[in-house]
Design a protein around this ligand. Structure first.
Ligand code: AIR
Length: 410
């Protein structure tokens, strides 16, 4: 797997159960996957020699990020390496303009222009009105490479273009919410879709995923899955495809495609505990051309919340609480919440982990997931809960009897 981030780390975890193991090409030995994989190469994803080293003896090469130049991948393919997704498919997840041109006939998308100078942005705004969303054509994620413009900003456009950032601009769509749908497709042509989810964004970054998307009309949900399957077939995707969507009016016709990713994706972390087959296992099954796994959810409601690096690191004074202590307290309060920590340094707003909660009622499951994620990131219970309160044990979720106590009659 090219890339040693959290996606590679969680893919490695899934690979172990399949009797496989990942060799990763990581940027540094401290990367999340490099910390846990036995077979690690340190190098740049645009270095052909490094990629050849990665591919040597491997069944297939796949990705944890989109930052591998197509021309380098094509050389690997020419060497006879199975690269999945193939460079021509991956290009649509790497280049936002290529993707928009290719999907013109398949999906609704916001009106957009290629930006060669500030006048192009203003020309779009003359048709669609402000605000306008300016995007780096390549390389942006987690809010990076996206600028919301409320009015003309020729200085910013000129500065970005002068530093070699190719740009596009698009209409800011008025929407009810954001959805995501994930599908897997194998070289054999088998495909599978998970339930459509709602993604909750803050500052351009995903913070929560609600699975399935609450109150989504079944016909709209089916249309979103069909759309993602069509895109996967049309672009000849192998492995996972995540389609980020805007829900503009609740109907199938009102679904607007935002972005694509061809790898495990944050919108699918809930599947580790929340679906019969996780996105990580499914990605491996798909790129290895195994039959795909069942995608049914394991609970009526699943909520994933990201643990983001806090503005002030709680490991330092005045809170001075280690990650270990935070995990300990979290498990004491919420024994059912599942934690995934990526082993990353805690920088503000960086995705350093996630939590997943399962249950029957959205409000209650979501409250637990959000409290847990915020606690891990800040060392503060947002609802003021304290384990030292007299009634804390009674309010702990779920109230459960200790088996030890039951067995001994205590
Ligand atoms: N990633 C890749 N594209 C989008 C995301 N979020 C994951 C990959 C990558 C890691 O984020 O796993 O390796 C990089 O995270 P960071 O915090 O170092 O930028």
């Amino acid at each position: 797997m090219v890339g040693g981030g959290q996606l590679a780390r969680m893919s490695h975890q899934a690979a172990i159960a399949l009797g496989q193991s990942l060799r990763v090409l990581a940027a540094s030995p401290g990367d999340p996957a490099a910390l846990v994989c036995a077979d690690v190469l340190i190098g740049d994803p645009d270095d052909l020699d490094a990629l050849r080293g990665l591919a040597r003896g491997a069944e297939v090469v796949t990705f944890d990020h989109e930052g591998v130049p197509g021309e380098v991948l094509r050389m690997l393919v020419a060497d006879g390496v199975a690269v999945r997704p193939a460079p021509d498919a991956l290009l649509h997840a790497q280049d936002k303009l290529v993707m928009r041109r290719a999907l013109g006939g398949v999906a609704r998308m916001p009106e957009y222009v290629e930006v060669a100078d500030a006048a192009d942005v203003e020309g779009l705004a003359a048709r669609t009105g402000w605000p306008v969303v300016l995007k780096a054509v390549r390389g942006g994620y987690d809010g990076r490479g996206v600028w919301m413009l409320d009015g003309p900003d020729p200085g910013l456009v000129a500065q970005l273009l002068s530093t070699g950032t190719p740009l596009m601009a698009e209409q800011a769509v008025t929407m009810r919410r954001e959805l995501a749908v994930q599908v897997a497709r194998s070289p054999y042509g088998q495909a599978a879709a998970w339930p459509v989810v709602e993604t909750v964004q803050r500052d351009g970054q995903c913070v929560e995923v609600l699975a399935p998307a609450p109150d989504l009309d079944p016909a709209t949900a089916a249309a979103a899955q069909q759309l993602a399957l069509r895109i996967a077939a049309q672009l000849d995707v192998t492995g996972l495809l995540a389609v980020e969507l805007f829900d503009t009016d609740g109907t199938a016709e009102g679904l607007v495609v935002n972005e694509l990713a061809m790898r495990p994706h944050n919108s699918g972390h809930w599947t580790i505990e929340g679906a019969r087959t996780s996105q990580f296992e499914q990605h491996l099954r798909a790129v290895l051309d195994y039959p795909l796994g069942a995608t049914e959810p394991t609970a009526p409601v699943v909520v994933m919340a990201n643990v983001l690096g806090a503005r002030q690191d709680p490991g330092q004074p005045p809170v001075a609480m280690s990650v270990d202590e935070r995990v300990h307290h979290l498990f004491a309060r919420f024994p059912d919440v599942k934690v995934h920590l990526y082993g990353k340094a805690e920088r503000p707003a960086r995705k350093v982990g996630h939590v997943t909660a399962l249950g029957d009622r959205l409000d209650e499951v979501r409250a637990r997931a959000v409290l847990a994620a915020e606690w891990l990131s800040t060392g503060v219970w947002a609802d003021g809960w304290s384990p030292y309160d007299a009634d804390a044990r009674a309010t702990r979720f779920p109230p459960f009897a200790s088996t030890r106590g039951a067995a001994s009659g205590v």
